[in-house]
Design a protein around this ligand. Structure first.
Ligand code: COA
Length: 691
């Protein structure tokens, strides 16, 4: 059955599209729209209304069709049919009109929107630009600055803003369908084809502003610059020439590796929250969430639980910490109000749902408790033992540990089946990633409840098994080790940091260590035996800490910092310390290329990822890409470490690792057997699913 239906109402042809889940403009929709529009010729029809059923207007072109041979009619044919339709067409928008969906709306003569609806051109987030006239038409109506905000910034705008800038003609304050019918009878609506409007005016200030934005905020990405070029072309070229230029840029991006990597992440992020082997268990009801520990993590977790609509009980044994934590949660909620992210009643409701107390007993009514106390196994064991006494036997008990053994924590409970890890990333109310750690005894019901919780919190969740550091932090150990060894062998902290930021990482490993505090890693290493890590890689780190250089907090670490500033400044004193450590270690420094830095750090990440995938710690290769893109700033346009490995060729990756093994010994450089076998059979790491 066609997803497109038509009816006649008050001299209007109403075209309704119902193509769940999000009304993507798939082939069947395009076909149906062209057929439906052919009915507009009828003499009794004055106006056409285009409306969607379900949760949203068109969410865009069907991304699953990208990269496949095009199927006629294409989106441009639909747009042509709308512009050439003899009667004025009104787009009635609810939910979101995104990408191709908004381009369809722009090909209509008028746009009416529900107050909560949004419009946008987010293709840049998929490494693309609009390919069906979005850059040419948006600028003709709203000018260059707004067109660039939409297509370069990639963030949707509200109905109110769309009305202000001329992209929306009316906001529907009652039922959308009725409003659209009413709008169509406002008077005699005339055809108003945007494509026939005068070109946009040149706006050099806007071009400069968005070029700076793209260079700084979207470093390394091709699509934002292409979007600027296409929008600038809309001032200089006729609509036909402008559309041709836009199409050329679009096609070029579509066939490139950046877009394919970003599209991989789009689907990977939606897959990671699903179990590779689905279970029958039903999720448990969650109403009240307890958070134990009012430090930075506890505060962020509590704030995001409130935002997701849960009642929250924040507990800390320390009254002062509790009061500070309470104040910080309030500041986060107040900040959301001030920034216009939430309205007054939502703000008040969030604060009303928050309780704080320093008595364990208050946690007894909670359905789930997340422990976010200091990362020390003894402290966590004590907290788990206390919680086990206080909580209902069916309440879920989660630890926010970033490294520790969930099974050992579960052993503290009389009900180990209710225990799991919920590893939030800091700051927890901002970072989207959540590692859901399934212990050996975690029940299916507890697991699916956690997946539902993550969805409601709008987090990107990834399920993983128990190991030291789970997916993300375990992989990071190899990366940090190689950075440390490269430093000892002759590279400087700034060379290593720059090579990796040029690769696309948001920060280099040494600037990152300074930010996190060198003393934290130092204390953690003291708890490990030397067969668990490479001591030599951290000789300089240790020396710095022992000299009181703990990073930003002491204004000196690998770099120097001016008081109150976080900008790293090169420090000759660090060079002297490194030289002294090299001499002590008997190392003669050698020249190291940037490529070697990238290869050793990134390949260590990939190989460790392949090992843990093989062990079943991760469910699928794409989950590893999701973790790195969302928790560690791995450049999205490279699609994550595994997508990057596939792009480079797994045979090349294996050969390089074997070379490192020959050069540096095989203590750490063992090629993962999974990686090796995928390389031999022409398989893919990012598409691999663990069976
Ligand atoms: N094409 C194909 N499938 C799409 C899609 C698109 N444009 N947009 C969403 N989907 C699919 C998702 O893959 C998901 O599939 P799944 O249920 O099998 O996992 C499903 O629709 C629901 O999407 P989801 O993102 O989970 O729903 P949401 O309500 O959180 O968000 C949107 C809805 C529309 C805001 C979001 O999906 C989105 O941003 N889509 C992409 C929009 C875009 O970039 N358009 C430009 C393309 S030209």
């Amino acid at each position: 059955m066609s997803p497109v239906s038509t009816e006649f109402a008050n001299s209007c042809l109403v075209i309704t599209v119902d193509h769940p889940p999000v009304n993507a403009l798939s082939h069947s929709v395009r076909l149906g729209l062209i057929e439906a529009l052919s009915q507009a010729d009828h003499d009794d029809i004055n106006t056409v209304i285009l409306i969607c059923a379900g949760r949203t207007f068109f969410s865009g072109a069907d991304i699953s069709e990208f990269g496949k041979p095009p199927k006629s009619p294409g989106l441009s044919d639909v747009i042509k049919a709308l512009e050439e339709c003899p009667k004025p067409v009104v787009a009635a928008i609810h939910g979101q009109a995104l990408g191709g969906g908004f381009e369809v709306a722009l090909a209509c003569d008028y746009r009416i929107m529900e107050a909560s609806a949004r419009i946008g051109l987010p293709e840049v987030n998929l490494g693309l630009i609009p390919g069906a006239g979005g850059t040419q038409r948006a600028s003709r109506i709203a000018g260059l600055d707004i067109a660039m905000e939409l297509a370069v910034g990639g963030k949707p705008i509200s109905a109110e803003r769309a009305l202000q800038v001329g992209l929306c003609d009316e906001i529907a304050h009652k039922d959308l369908y009725e409003s659209a019918l009413g709008f169509s009878h406002h008077g005699e609506l005339q055809k108003r084809v945007i494509g026939k409007m005068d070109p946009a005016e040149i706006d050099e200030a806007a071009s400069r502003k968005w070029r700076t934005y793209a260079t700084k905020r979207q470093k390394g990405q091709k699509a934002p610059l292409a979007a600027i070029e296409a929008i600038e072309a809309s001032c200089e070229l006729t609509i036909e020439e402008g559309l041709k230029r836009e199409r050329e840029l679009f096609v070029d991006l579509m066939s490139g590796s950046q877009s394919s990597a970003m599209r991989h992440l789009f689907f990977a992020e939606r897959l990671s929250g699903k179990l590779a082997n689905p279970v029958k268990a039903k999720p448990l009801d969650l109403k009240q969430i307890g958070v134990v520990g009012a430090g930075t993590m506890g505060v962020g977790i509590a704030a995001s639980m409130l935002a997701a609509g849960y009642d929250v009980f924040l507990f800390d044994v320390n009254k002062d910490a509790l009061s500070v934590g309470h104040g910080r949660i309030k500041a986060i909620v107040d900040g959301d109000l001030k920034k216009g992210r939430i309205a007054g009643p939502v703000h008040d409701d969030r604060l009303k749902r928050l309780q704080v107390a320093d008595a364990w007993q208050g946690l007894s009514t909670c359905d789930l408790v997340v422990e976010a106390v200091f990362e020390d196994i003894d402290i966590k064991h004590k907290v788990f033992a206390e919680l086990d006494e206080v909580l209902r036997p069916d309440a879920i008990l989660a630890s926010n540990t970033s490294y520790l053994d969930i099974d050992a924590l579960a052993a503290q409970s009389k009900h180990p089946e209710r225990v799991l890890g919920l590893h939030f990333f800091s700051p927890a109310h901002i970072m989207k990633l959540l590692e859901i750690v399934r212990g050996e005894k975690t029940s299916d019901a507890v697991l699916v409840t956690a997946l539902g919780l993550a969805k409601r919190m709008k987090k990107i969740s990834v399920v993983c098994g128990v190991c030291h550091g789970f997916i993300g932090n375990r992989m990071l150990t190899g990366y940090a080790r190689e950075a440390g060894l490269l430093l000892l062998e002759g590279a400087s902290p700034s060379q290593i940091d720059k090579a990796l930021t040029d690769f696309g990482m948001p920060m280099g490993p040494f600037a990152m260590s300074d930010m996190a505090g060198l003393d934290i890693g130092y204390a953690n290493r003291k708890k490990l035996s030397t067969d668990q890590y490479e001591e030599h890689a951290f000789r300089v780190h240790d020396q710095l800490v022992e000299m009181g250089r703990k990073g930003q907090k002491t204004d000196a670490g690998f770099y120097r910092y001016e008081a109150g500033s976080r900008t790293p400044i090169l420090d000759a004193a660090t060079d002297d310390i490194i030289t002294a450590v090299r001499t002590r270690e008997g190392v003669t420094p050698r020249k190291i290329t940037d490529q070697e830095i990238i290869d050793r750090c990134i390949l260590a990440l990939i190989n460790e990822g392949a090992l843990l995938l093989d062990e079943g710690i991760a469910q699928r290769g794409s989950d590893i890409d999701v973790v790195y893109a969302n928790g560690y700033g791995f450049p999205r346009w490279r699609g994550g470490p595994f997508c990057y490995a596939d792009e480079q060729g797994l045979e090349t990756i294996v050969a390089r690792i074997e070379h490192f093994s020959e050069q540096h010994g095989n203590r750490w450089w063992h090629v993962s057997p999974l990686l090796k076998s995928l390389a031999e059979t022409g398989g893919s790491l990012s598409k691999h699913v663990q069976t």
